[in-house]
Design a protein around this ligand. Structure first.
Ligand code: PLP
Length: 385
């Protein structure tokens, strides 16, 4: 069967994951090499010359991730932020980016504290507001950069509508699809020009490695990004590439469980009198529940809830036993965090207030443990509030 036409789970397991030629090794080998012996001058074997430029383990991962998102190619980097940075390396002085106003905290840090010094310009806008998004696009706008749902407030942006608006104005749309993974959301099918992931999260899924990817829709993007990999050098290592190739084999079954348990935990939290508000696109009271049903095929594992105060959040986080207090998300283990002092500390008090992020908010990334154990754990932690 042509793997291109096969189902999502089959692609996860088989694209780029073909048995190795020499021995039939089913596991993709980790080509731990910096360089390659050349057959004669000017004749590198299969085109491999140096591992910053290309590496067979990395090539296989790039093929796999491109297939999962429905792109023509992908390029992987040392972290999600390295992928964001690579995307901006395609810009030049004076270029402008419209960015969702509440994205992963590291993104505005890179934009405002590093890249503005290179003459790039950024505007932050609530991209759930289509009119405001359209208004923010200038002649010099090269990307509309959106994350949907956002971290940690679970605000959605309409990928299809934004793509139409941006394309009319000659601007490309880049979607950070980390929260949903291609299992639940396919930005390219909705019109996006590039898709970004922190592979650190659901794609790898085991909290044991860092990485990032940009999935391309044109050969030109892919060639330009290959040049950035070679020139800037923030590439993903062969070992890290292998970790993700291994992790991604189970992406579909993991996402199914994350979503099933996510819904149960969100329903449980929504029923707790001591929890003031629950942010989860799967709840009917989520302001964009309809859009969520339209552009995603699941609601995922990320839930933010309001405990009422910093003190309450502290108490709860101290009590949890099955949930692990830590940054990050998307692993098989349930991770729980405090956005205001952890992932979104760099935004500052004003920046957090502007997006509605309070000191009482706690974010949970529901793992694949028995959901009854997660509920019991949260129940006992909430009981002390
Ligand atoms: C973690 C994360 C990033 C950054 O990725 P790193 O791998 O930590 O560099 C970007 N976007 C989202 C949505 C993330 O969750």
């Amino acid at each position: 069967m042509a793997k291109k036409d096969s189902g999502f789970s089959t692609k996860c397991v088989h694209v780029g994951q073909e048995p190795e030629q020499l021995t039939g090794s089913v596991g993709v080998p980790i080509y731990a090499t910096s360089t390659y012996a050349q057959d004669e001058l000017g004749k590198p074997r299969l085109g491999y010359e140096y591992s910053r430029v290309s590496n067979p383990t990395r090539d296989r991962l790039e093929k796999n991730l491109a297939a999962l998102e429905g792109g023509v190619d992908s390029k992987v980097f040392a972290s999600g932020m390295a992928a964001v940075s690579a995307m901006c390396s395609l810009l030049k002085k004076g270029d402008h980016v419209v960015c969702s106003s509440n994205v992963y905290g590291g993104v505005p840090r890179l934009f405002n504290q590093v890249l503005v010094n290179y003459g790039l310009e950024f505007t932050y806008v609530d991209t759930s507001d289509l009119k405001a998004t359209e208004k923010a696009i200038r002649r010099s706008t090269k990307y509309v950069y959106i994350e949907t749902p956002t971290n940690p407030l679970m605000v959605l942006s309409d990928i299809e509508a934004i793509s139409q608006i941006a394309h009319k104005k000659g601007t490309e749309v880049v979607v950070d699809n980390t929260f949903m993974s291609p299992y639940f959301q396919k930005p390219i099918a909705l019109g996006a020009d590039m898709v970004l992931h922190s592979t650190t999260k659901f794609l790898n899924g085991h909290s044991d490695g860092l990485g990032g990817v940009l999935v391309c829709t044109t050969k030109e993007q892919s060639e330009k990004l290959a040049f950035i990999q070679k020139s800037v050098g923030a590439i993903m290592s062969p070992f890290e590439s292998w970790l993700i190739l291994r992790g991604v084999k189970t992406l579909a079954v993991r996402m199914k469980q994350h979503d099933e348990s996510g819904r149960v935990v969100a329903d449980f939290l929504a029923k707790q009198k001591k929890i003031k508000k629950v942010f989860y696109p799967g709840l009917p009271d989520h302001p964009q529940h309809e859009l969520a049903k339209q552009q995603m095929t699941g609601f995922g594992a990320l839930i933010t809830f309001e405990t009422g105060s910093l003190n309450n959040a502290k108490k709860l986080l101290k009590r949890v036993k099955v949930c692990t207090l830590g940054e990050s998300l998307g692993g098989v283990e349930t991770l729980i965090s405090h956005p205001a002092t952890m992932t979104h500390a760099a935004l500052g008090e004003k920046g957090r207030a502007a997006i509605g992020l309070t000191d009482g908010m706690v974010r949970i990334s529901v793992g694949i443990e028995d959901v009854e154990d997660l509920i019991t754990d949260l129940e006992q932690a909430i009981s002390v509030l």
